[in-house]
Design a binder for this molecule. Structure first.
Ligand code: ADP
Ligand code: MG
Length: 514
């Protein structure tokens, strides 16, 4: 809820209110706690508050339980008690829906989210592909060659076509772009294929998402709550990571430097973040760490929601300024270590032992520490998180379908287009080259035949001069010419056809290889 332009998130047992300052949201945050302790509900309360402040948010919905935000909350007995307990009605609390837009990388349960290879750029793509420095340089050169030749790189098939073409014709490019090592090019190609096999190709295509579409408000000035259906996406950690990185890097590029704003421009929430970082290659973790650090100055806040703070790499964790810790259980020595680490990340409250409090928290209870106006973390306290105004649970497929189709972004992004890009261009070039080769072969065969014809006619002339005389030779010569012409026609066709076909296959197989 919003009170005095601050996010009212919780109350302690003595009735003291706890706020998160929207101006500190770009110092990022963490919501942690065991399953079922209230993380997702806390996320909803925060997202609603940002929306009410006019700040759009982006959420990854891993379990499908964030989708309920497009409906008002249900009037249960528990909700009535909470409304009374926190005196919410007096503060303007009303069970109501929030403005939502549903997205889905697979384009099934939401507006499709895509980008193009060109927009992603060689540097990020190289990281995603796990390329080394040399291979990254080569990929950058491939982008440059494509750019210099107006070849659009939209999807992975464009990228493969261009890589293959450059590799096959590397000598032609050497003067202008330096040596292009074929083996390294094959490695890059294999990495692109691996990305496709991992399902990554689904993310590349047109129309590409304009990230400014996320930074939108409804007619009442409330920030849009953009919900990415991650139920399937989360099965593919690499793709989830690619997507996160792409969004953050792209936003970093398109947003102007803003410094610390009274309200952030956009806030991200990545639920079940342990699935995101699990098995993530070091290069990607490093990159995320760097982006999280830099994006702050663009007025973007990022909140990670996870079971255990230790699921998040240290370099990222240390940058999450606002903390909400729900209950953690300590059954094993490893659990105990985790609780200790979580407790140590808070400023101790003399009234209780943090380590013990974390384990004693009930559902919807948490230890919180937010950054004050100076950016200093407050002493932690044990609080009850407010309930959300929108529905806590999920929605049915039919309800989702209706919500998706009623969005004005649906018509903009729904239909994929395969534009005339690098793949199509090079395919045409391959066919043209095949045709040119056929013509060249025809011309060569023609010349050969003409030479043969001339030789024969010269010989005939000689013979004729010897026996019959010049007049007759003319007729015979013309006859011979006619016949040779005929046979050349069919010979040429056969030869040209074969040569053309095999040359064509050569060029095309280069394009379609892999
Ligand atoms: N702040 C809260 N207000 C009301 N109910 C809550 C609150 N936090 C948690 N709950 C209850 O606990 C359940 C589980 O919470 P949830 O946020 O889904 O847990 P988690 O995401 O940690 O697994 C919710 O469905 C809800 O019934
Ligand atoms: Mg949850």
């Amino acid at each position: 809820m919003v009170k005095e332009q601050k996010i009212w998130i919780a109350q302690n047992a003595e009735g003291k209110d706890y706020y998160m300052l929207p101006g500190m949201a770009n110092r990022h945050g963490l919501i942690a706690g065991a399953t079922g302790t209230g993380k997702t509900v806390t996320l909803k309360v925060l997202a609603e508050s940002f929306s009410a402040l006019g700040v759009p948010v982006f959420l990854s919905d891993v379990k499908g339980d964030l989708a309920g935000m497009c409906f008002p909350g249900e009037e249960t007995e528990d909700m009535k008690n909470r409304i009374e307990r926190f005196s919410l009605a007096e503060a303007g609390f009303a069970q109501k829906p929030y403005p939502t837009a549903f997205f889905d990388i697979y384009g099934k349960t939401g507006i499709p989210l895509r980008t193009t290879i060109s927009e992603m750029g060689p540097v990020l793509l190289a990281r995603i592909l796990g390329l080394n420095e040399l291979q990254t340089d080569l990929l950058t050169i491939a982008f440059k060659i494509a750019d210099d030749n107006n070849l659009l790189l939209v999807d992975t098939k464009d990228l493969k076509a261009v890589l293959n073409y450059i590799s096959e014709n590397n000598k032609d490019f050497a003067a202008a772009y330096g040596n292009i090592n074929k083996t390294s090019m094959s490695t890059i190609l294999r990495a692109v294929v691996a990305l496709e096999t991992a399902g990554g190709e689904i993310f590349f295509g047109e129309p590409a998402i304009n990230l400014f579409d996320f930074i939108a408000r409804d007619p009442n000035g409330r920030g849009m709550i953009n919900i990415l259906d991650s139920r399937s996406l989360i099965q593919n950690g690499t793709l989830y990571a690619i997507f996160l990185l792409y969004m953050l890097t792209e936003l970093f590029e398109i947003l102007p430097e803003a410094g610390d704003l009274p309200l952030p421009k956009l806030v991200f929430f990545f639920d079940e973040a342990h699935l995101l970082f699990k098995d993530m290659p070091r290069v990607l973790t490093d990159k995320i760490e760097q982006v999280v650090k830099l994006i702050r100055s663009k007025g973007v806040g990022i909140f990670f929601i996870t079971q255990n703070p230790r699921d998040i790499p240290d370099g990222v964790l240390s940058q999450l300024g606002n903390k909400i810790e729900h209950a953690l259980r300590a059954y094993t020595p490893a659990d105990q270590k985790a609780v200790k680490a979580a407790a140590q990340s808070f400023r101790e409250n003399p009234a209780f032992k943090t380590e013990e409090a974390i384990q004693a928290l009930g559902t919807g209870e948490a230890l919180v520490s937010f950054l004050d106006e100076e950016g200093v973390p407050c002493i932690c306290d044990r609080v009850n998180i407010l309930p959300p105004e929108s529905r806590m649970g999920s929605i049915s497929d039919a309800e989702r379908d209706q919500a998706v189709k009623s969005s004005f972004l649906y018509s903009k992004y729904m239909t994929p287009v395969d534009p005339d890009s690098a793949f199509e261009f090079l395919q045409r070039m391959g066919l043209e080259a095949a045709a040119a080769a056929e013509n060249a072969a025809l011309a060569a065969a023609n010349e050969k035949e003409l030479a043969k014809q001339k030789k024969q006619s010269d010989a005939a002339k000689k013979r004729a001069a010897k026996s019959v005389g010049n007049a007759v030779v003319g007729t015979v010569g013309r006859e011979v010419g006619k016949n040779i012409g005929k046979s050349f026609g069919s010979f040429g066709k056969t030869l040209g056809g074969n040569v053309g076909a095999s040359l064509g296959r050569g060029i095309l197989s280069t394009l379609f290889k892999i």
